[in-house]
Design a protein around this ligand. Sequence first.
Ligand SMILES: [Zn+2]
Length: 554
Amino acid sequence: MRKNLLGLFLVLTFLVPSAALAQTTVKITSQERKMAEAITAAQLKDYLYYVASDEMGGRDTPSLGLDLTAKFIGTLLSRWGFKPAGDNGSFFQKMDMHRDLVNQASTVATLGGQNLVYGTDFFANPIAGNLSNLPLVFGGEGWMIKSKGIEPYKDLDVRGKIVVVYTGNFPRGVKPQEIFGSGKRGEAWADPMTYAKQNGAVGVIAIATPDVEQRWQVIRPLRERGNYVIDKLEDLNNKQLPTIYVSSKTAENLFKGESNDFGKIAEIYKSPATLPSFALSAGKTASMTVLTTAERAATQNIVAVWEGSDPVLKNEYVAIGAHYDHEGTNPNARGDDKIWNGADDDGSGTVAVLSIAEALTKAPKRPKRSVLFVWHAGEEHGLWGSEYFNKFPTVDIKQVVAQLNIDMIGRSLDPNNIIKCGQNKPCNEELSGPNGIYVIGSEMMSTTLGAITKGTNDAYLKIGYDYKYDDPNDKNRFFFRSDHFNYAQNGIPIVFWFDGVHEDYHQPTDTADKIDYAKMEKVTRTIYLTLLEVSDLKERPKVDKQLPPELTRR
Ligand SMILES: [Zn+2]
């Protein structure tokens, strides 16, 4: 392995652009080629058929299937002699989590003098609160859509009050892309809960629309249970307002004597016209007490170290990772297939990292720097595992010189089955081919890391590296959509390998039989050699470029 890259930079940097230089400076020895051949398509396939099997249930966070996958990986790491780098000498970094449930027995509401019966007249969101005798303002559908001039509280003071809205899941007559495409949430548009809070309201009462009323018994248990959050990552400043849903009968009583009674409001709701917004009569107030109970759970990142051989450099780490979670099982899914196997996403990255770990154990020598392996949980819920690891690292995070992230490298485009991308339809026209892969982020922070990444591939298998998403203005925002993002925020230069979206992306049909294992072998071997090149660099890859400002906010 020759490490003359930095030396050449000093001499030639004025003569040749660095990218052109890099193509010729990484040299792959025959020993390194042999080391890479320890990674095989058969091995990747064996591991993936296990990790993405139905028995793993789609590896939701948290779930038994995810824990079993963690155990499987941890057992192998232990047999292979890796150093545990999780909590308390284990391979696991535990993340405590909870979700809130409505405590129905202790949740009460009074509306315009009328005591409501839980379950029949109303139910609540699992957001605790205690509001007593507060004035009410009707805010129509409650949505704010600036481009359409819909701003229900523009001329109404809702501060310290409870807002009443009449809305389904989505405002009538508006297409999702008209809202989400119109600009930032909270500025160009806002959902009823966000908009109420922004305007200083303290609670929300949502009247059930005919749709909601019809499915009251189905919707109720879904709303009464919150989503899981990692305890230490919970953003308490971002808590929503206490919210109850009331029946239309309840609303009829409430609006009696108002200039717009509920019959009139329901009539307007059936037409395309915008609902009026107005303050309810002064005498009418609402009280609500919502109590919640936390349901506790836990999940884990898997963390291991392969110690480096250099007495000094072994204190630094090259990190490599993937997320081993996916979207789980949906018993209410249409059709027979209820399990989101996540073979490509990110079973492929999970087993690629595992195979790289195994290859290291078979290599004739250790890399100079240590290699830090992190399999992240909860990526699909919002990059939880990588955020947690970067906020509460189990190693000195300042010593991590680069992070290589593998998220989806197993699929390739079949030229006989190109599905064009239309609105909201799964498509595959952007999927990389059998000899191609997208490389994202490698050139955004560190010239050296970019050059090593490109140079390794050029000197080895010459896979078609496609940099088209390596752009701060990428409309797909792929840079924000996987775990490397949290490392980059921490100042660690990253590389992200990704095959592109396809027709089975986030579908139950993302299964192990659809993977191109020959491609996976090529990409995994190349990433392994990239890792070795970075591990043996004389100096850690310098962060010589500011992350573009567009890339520092999710
Ligand atoms: Zn995903």
